[in-house]
Ligand binder design. Structure first.
Ligand code: NAP
Ligand code: ZN
Length: 346
C-alpha cells in the first residue's frame, strides 16, 4: 500500500485534523499523482457536517485537485510521469451503462464512485484531495494545460464543470438573459462561462459589496436580492437562472424573475427540500431543473476551453491548517471566490 497523509474529519462534529492513511497500490490502469493544490467546495462542508446524510467517516474531503503524475500502471498510455493531471468529483463508474457510454458518468445507472465518501471497487472508502497523493483509474484523470496558473485551475474540476455543463446543455448563449444566483465558488465561474458564451449576465446576490467584483468578472448587471425595489425591476425578465445557493432559500421569489418559458437550473444543493408553488410555474410555463457536475469528456472539453480562453478561478490560496477559518468564511458568503489549499503546507 502507498502511505498517504491528509486532513480528515473523524465524525460530523470533530472538524478536520491531520490523519495518515493508505492508498491502493497501482493497478495496470492506475495513475498516481502528487496533489499540489486542492480547491475547497461548499460540498466538502455539507459532507463533513453530514448535512446531506450518508457521510462516511473518517472523511478526507476535496474533489478539485491538480498535481504531477509520479507513477503509472503498466497499461496506462494517456499519461506519463511528470504530466500535470487533475481529478474532480468522480474516480470510477461502471463504464458500461448507457449514461457512461454517453460520457455522462455522473449519472452512471449503476452508481458512480465519488472521489471521497464512496466505497471503491476494492470495497474500501475513497479519500479525497486534502492529501498529498492520490491513485485514480486513468479514465478519471484529466489532462491539465501548463499554460494556466495551476492553483487557479484546481476549482475548474468541480466549480468549473458544474456551471459549464448546464450552460452547455441548455445552450445558454447569445440572445439569452442569464441570472447567476449566488456569487461564490460556483457562481463566479458561472458568470465567466455565461459571458464567454455570449449571454447577458446578471448577478443576483445577497451581498451588496460584491458588485464591483461581479462587474470585473464580466457581469452586465447586478441585483441585490435584499432590496425589494431592485428585485421588482427584474420581474419576469430572465431566460435562465443558474442557482448556486448552498443554503435554504425561497425558490418562488426567484421563479417570479423568470420570463415566460424561463428555466431555473438548480446546481446548489441546500440540505432541505425546496418548496415550489405550482402557481410559480404554471403562470409562465416555467420549469425547475437540476444538473450534477459533468462527465469526463465534457470536463476535459471545459478544461481545454479554459486553457484556450485563459479562464481560471479567482482564488485565495490558504495553508492546510487554515481550513476551519476558510469554512467559517464560506458559511458567511465571504469567499472571493474559491479557497485553494496549497498542499505543500500539509
Ligand atoms: P459558496 O462558495 O459558499 O457559494 C454560495 C453562495 O450562495 C454564497 O457565496 C452566497 O452568495 C450565496 N448564498 C449563501 N447563502 C445564501 C442564502 N441563504 N440565500 C441566498 N444566497 C445565499 O458555495 P459553492 O462551493 O459555490 O457551492 C454552492 C452549492 O452548490 C453548494 O450547495 C454545493 O454543495 C453545491 N454544489 C453542487 C454541485 C452539483 O453538481 N450540482 C457541485 C458542486 C457544488 P452571495 O453572497 O452572492 O449571495
Ligand atoms: Zn464541489
Amino acid at each position: 500500500m502507498i502511505q498517504a497523509k491528509g486532513y480528515a474529519a473523524q465524525d460530523a462534529n470533530s472538524g478536520l485534523a491531520p490523519w495518515n492513511f493508505e492508498r491502493r497500490e497501482l493497478g495496470p490502469h492506475d495513475v498516481q499523482f502528487d496533489i499540489q493544490f486542492c480547491g475547497v467546495c461548499h460540498s466538502d462542508l455539507h459532507r463533513i457536517k453530514d448535512e446531506w446524510g450518508g457521510s462516511i467517516f473518517p472523511m478526507v474531503p476535496g474533489h478539485e485537485m491538480v498535481g504531477k503524475v509520479v507513477n503509472i500502471g503498466s497499461h496506462v498510455t494517456k499519461f506519463k510521469i511528470g504530466d500535470i493531471a487533475g481529478t474532480g468529483c468522480l474516480v470510477d463508474s461502471c463504464q458500461t451503462c448507457d449514461n457512461c457510454k454517453d460520457g455522462l458518468e455522473q449519472y452512471c445507472l449503476n452508481g458512480s464512485t465519488e472521489t471521497y465518501n464512496s466505497i471503491g471497487e476494492d470495497g474500501s472508502p475513497t479519500y479525497g484531495g486534502y492529501s498529498n497523493t492520490i491513485v485514480v483509474k486513468d479514465d478519471f484523470v484529466l489532462h491539465v494545460s501548463d499554460k494556466l496558473p495551476l492553483a487557479a485551475v484546481a476549482p475548474l474540476l468541480c466549480a468549473g464543470i458544474t456551471t459549464y455543463s448546464p450552460l452547455r446543455h441548455w445552450k445558454v448563449g447569445k440572445g439569452h438573459k442569464l441570472a447567476v444566483l449566488g456569487l461564490g465558488g460556483l457562481g463566479h465561474m458561472a458568470v465567466k462561462f455565461g459571458v464567454a458564451f455570449g449571454a447577458e449576465v446578471t448577478v443576483l446576490s445577497t451581498s451588496a459589496d460584491k458588485e464591483a467584483d461581479a462587474r470585473k468578472l464580466g457581469a452586465h448587471h447586478f441585483v441585490v436580492t435584499k432590496d425589494p425595489e431592485q428585485v421588482k425591476a427584474v420581474t419576469a425578465s430572465f431566460d435562465f437562472i443558474l442557482d448556486t445557493v448552498s443554503a435554504p432559500h425561497d425558490l418562488n421569489m426567484y421563479l417570479s424573475l423568470l420570463a415566460t418559458n424561463g428555466v431555473h437550473i438548480c446546481v446548489g444543493a441546500p440540505p432541505t427540500p425546496h418548496e415550489v408553488s405550482a402557481f410559480s410555474l404554471i403562470g409562465g410555463r416555467r420549469s425547475v431543473v437540476g444538473s450534477l457536475i459533468g462527465g469526463l469528456p465534457e470536463t476535459q472539453e471545459m478544461l481545454d476551453f479554459c486553457a484556450e480562453r485563459g479562464i481560471v478561478s479567482e482564488i485565495e490560496i490558504i495553508d492546510m491548517k487554515s481550513i476551519d477559518t476558510a469554512y467559517e468564511r464560506m458559511l458567511k458568503g465571504d469567499v472571493r471566490y474559491r479557497f485553494v489549499i496549497d498542499m505543500a503546507t500539509l
